[in-house]
Design a protein around this ligand. Structure first.
Ligand code: UFG
Length: 333
């Protein structure tokens, strides 16, 4: 079976590519390398470098390769950046998905596992957040992901393309052997910033606000290990292969940890001091985001194994120590 992984050179997509290859699947990666890294793509995958918005290229991929299923990770994903460049987010995320769905419809490819986000919910009315909660995104990023979900809903009715949308909470960690991991430029995510501080690449980490209505005043998030997250994608693929109906699932660990707790855990794991400063709140940060992942457990049979923040931080630390400058020092294939 051939699976197209759009965005397969990014942090999360690259972990999907490895797990699919481990399962013996044939994988075709399509990635524009805008935020992804060529060095993360294994030899065993077929690689097309290019953009989903390039209709000719997407058509060529579907013509040359015998694509049966799609996993879709290709998107811009920074909340803050999206508020400054909303049109770039609509163009890359929404238009890119439109071209992909057009090709799927034209070539009779009828299942897609889709990378969505907790940002579709906005500030939640209650926690843990269930899939039935209102979707009121507070950023263009969340809006575009919701628009992409809705586009798939209509494409199901019109063309019979079934989808599973997976709404991620805070993804962290890395493949256990440390060969791939998180490498963004600029880096904005908490765990890599903490670990770059541990490595001495930053003088300190700034905590964005300690006056939130939480026990220690810092924001609470729900961290999920990238390898567990990808296992849910494989289960979603199997679910669609069985002919099940389209669905939406949250993926988190159902446990919340504050920014201060994450820093403390990282100090223990790395043995480093990790200097801290307290700064202003970052705009758009809800105080608390914790998922209910019961639906994924009940319906997909998801059984995450790497559920402690210690495991998430330890695997991320392994990657950061092996590749302190990310993929830059990796040999290009
Ligand atoms: N934080 C700091 N200092 C930093 C970086 C982050 O205090 O230098 C705090 C943030 O304020 C936040 C927490 O750490 O409270 C986590 O921040 P991240 O940037 O790592 O993650 P977010 O929760 O902002 O965003 C993540 C994904 C988004 C997704 C969102 C949905 O990165 O793509 O979860 O909940 F939309």
């Amino acid at each position: 079976m051939t699976i197209l992984v759009a965005g397969g050179a990014g942090y999360i997509g690259s972990h999907a590519v490895r797990q699919l290859i481990d399962r013996g699947e044939r994988v075709v990666v399509l990635d524009a390398l805008l935020t992804g890294h060529k060095a993360s793509i294994p030899e065993a995958a077929v690689f097309y470098e290019g953009d989903l918005r390039d209709r000719e290229l997407v058509e060529r991929v579907f013509t040359e390769e015998d694509i049966e299923h799609v996993m879709m990770f290709a998107a811009f994903s920074l909340v803050g950046e999206s508020t400054e460049k909303p049109l770039a987010y609509y163009d890359n995320n929404v238009h890119g998905t439109q071209v992909l769905l057009e090709a799927m419809a034209a070539h009779g490819v009828s299942s897609i596992v889709f990378s969505s986000t907790a940002a579709v919910y906005g500030e939640p009315a209650y926690t843990p957040i269930e899939e039935s909660a209102d979707t009121k995104p507070e950023s263009p990023y969340g809006e575009t992901k919701l628009a992409m979900e809705k586009m798939m809903k209509w494409c199901e009715k019109a063309y019979g393309i079934r989808y599973v949308s997976l709404r991620y909470f805070n993804v962290g960690g890395a493949r256990e052997n440390g060969e791939i991991g998180e490498d963004h430029n600029p880096e904005t995510h908490l765990i890599p910033i903490i670990l770059q501080t541990a490595l001495g690449q930053r003088e300190h980490i700034t905590i964005f606000g300690e006056d939130y209505p939480t026990p220690d005043g810092t924001c609470i998030r729900d961290y999920v290990h990238v390898e567990d997250l990808i296992e849910a994608h494989i289960l979603a693929l199997d679910y669609l292969k069985r002919g099940e109906k389209s669905n939406v699932f949250n993926l988190g660990s159902s446990a919340g940890f504050s920014v201060k707790q994450m820093i403390e855990a990282a100090r223990k794991i790395t043995g480093c001091a990790i200097p801290v400063r307290v700064g202003e709140r970052r705009s758009g940060d809800p105080a608390q985001l914790v998922a209910s992942s019961n639906r994924a457990k009940d319906i997909l049979g998801w059984n995450p194994q790497r559920t402690t923040i210690d495991k998430i931080i330890a695997d991320a630390w392994n990657w950061h120590q092996r590749s302190p400058n990310g993929y830059q020092e990796r040999v290009e294939r």
